[in-house]
Design a protein around this ligand. Structure first.
Ligand SMILES: NC(=O)c1ccc[n+]([C@@H]2O[C@H](COP(=O)([O-])OP(=O)(O)OC[C@H]3O[C@@H](n4cnc5c(N)ncnc54)[C@H](OP(=O)(O)O)[C@@H]3O)[C@@H](O)[C@H]2O)c1
Length: 299
């Protein structure tokens, strides 16, 4: 069985690659850098379409949270285009293929859902997406998801995974926080009184595998663990797992200085995004709560 992964060289893509290879999949990357084993370029896909395969996944996208990088229109544009162009190219190539793959899994983010202190969102929630012009991240997710739609007569199963904050040792937010906590300088950020939707990297990789392998799976899946916590609870759990205090607060202003006000505010306003439908479809989390997740990751 052959799978093609756009952006398979990144943090989540490497974990999916390991998981799928362990299950016997032949994994191929689509990457901006030429060369390397089992790698084709986006130019190859533009020119020749996708090679024959059983499943396609896209994870490509410019990192939207690089600290200190000026959050201007040029950067915003790269963040949007790097996701939409690659997703649309893959969807178009699947639709044009003479032997389309069985499964197509596109990525989105929990940023699809509106900020809320009290409301819980699942894949079944109906959310208003009609007026998003002042909400960059929700607009981005809606456009990103739309760019991956397949025509009605295409037999390929299309799933969209709305990814939360992925916790793993070799990338993502935990990697950024590691030394701060190791030095005993961790703690709540911006008061910590907002929800933090996370998922263990192995569960994330297994969810992509679930979406490509299970014939009953299509549509939206929330890539978040059931045990969504407040940010200050996450800080306490990470401190406890690392046997370090987590008492040093970081003021919200620091996040806004690091990321700019739009991205800083996005990070400091949480939401509860729960994986109801994906569990109804049969997905089982190995790390459903933050303590089991962090205990595994720091050992
Ligand atoms: N990690 C998280 O916590 C998280 C949370 C929510 C959503 N997501 C989404 O999940 C996806 C994968 O996340 P990740 O953490 O694995 O990201 P990552 O480590 O930054 O990897 C993304 C990959 O996308 C490709 N890429 C980067 N910039 C690009 C550009 N300008 N144009 C085209 N391709 C580009 C790169 O592959 P090549 O260099 O090989 O081309 C890179 O390996 C991203 O779309 C991200 O927005 C991640």
């Amino acid at each position: 069985m052959k799978v093609l992964i756009g952006g398979g060289t990144g943090f989540i893509g490497r974990a999916i690659t390991r998981t799928l290879k362990d299950s016997g999949w032949d994994v191929w990357n689509i990457s901006r850098s030429r060369g390397g084993a089992n790698t084709i370029s986006w130019g190859d896909v533009e020119k020749n379409g996708i090679p024959e395969c059983d499943a396609v996944i896209n994870l490509s996208g410019e990192n939207a949270f690089t600290p200190f990088r000026r959050w201007d229109d040029q950067y915003r544009n790269v963040v949007i285009q790097s996701r939409m162009n690659t997703t649309r190219l893959l969807a178009d190539s699947i639709a044009a293929s003479s032997r389309p793959p069985k499964a197509w899994v596109a990525t989105s983010a929990e940023g699809y859902y509106p900020v809320s202190r009290d409301q819980e969102f699942t894949e079944y929630s109906e959310v208003d997406c009609s007026n998003l012009k002042d909400d960059f991240f929700r607009q981005l997710c809606v456009q990103w998801e739309d760019s991956g739609r397949l025509p009605g007569d295409c037999p390929t199963r299309h799933s969209i995974i709305r990814v939360g904050l992925v916790l793993g040792r070799d990338g993502g937010i935990l990697n950024q926080l590691w030394y701060q906590y190791k030095m005993g300088m961790g703690g709540p950020v911006g008061g910590g009184d907002y929800h933090f939707c996370w998922i263990h990297i192995q569960d994330m990789a297994r969810m992509y595998q679930f979406a490509i392998e299970c014939d009953n799976v299509s549509g939206v899946l929330n890539g978040t663990a059931p045990g969504c916590v407040l940010q200050r609870e996450f800080a306490q759990a990470l401190g406890a797992a690392m046997y370090r205090p987590a008492l040093l607060p970081t003021p919200g202003l620091v996040m806004k200085l690091l990321l700019g006000s739009e991205r800083g505010e996005y990070v400091l306003k949480g939401k509860q995004v729960l994986p109801q439908r994906v569990q109804d479809l049969g997905f089982k989390f190995n790390y459903p709560d933050i303590t089991s997740c962090l205990t595994d990751l720091v050992k």
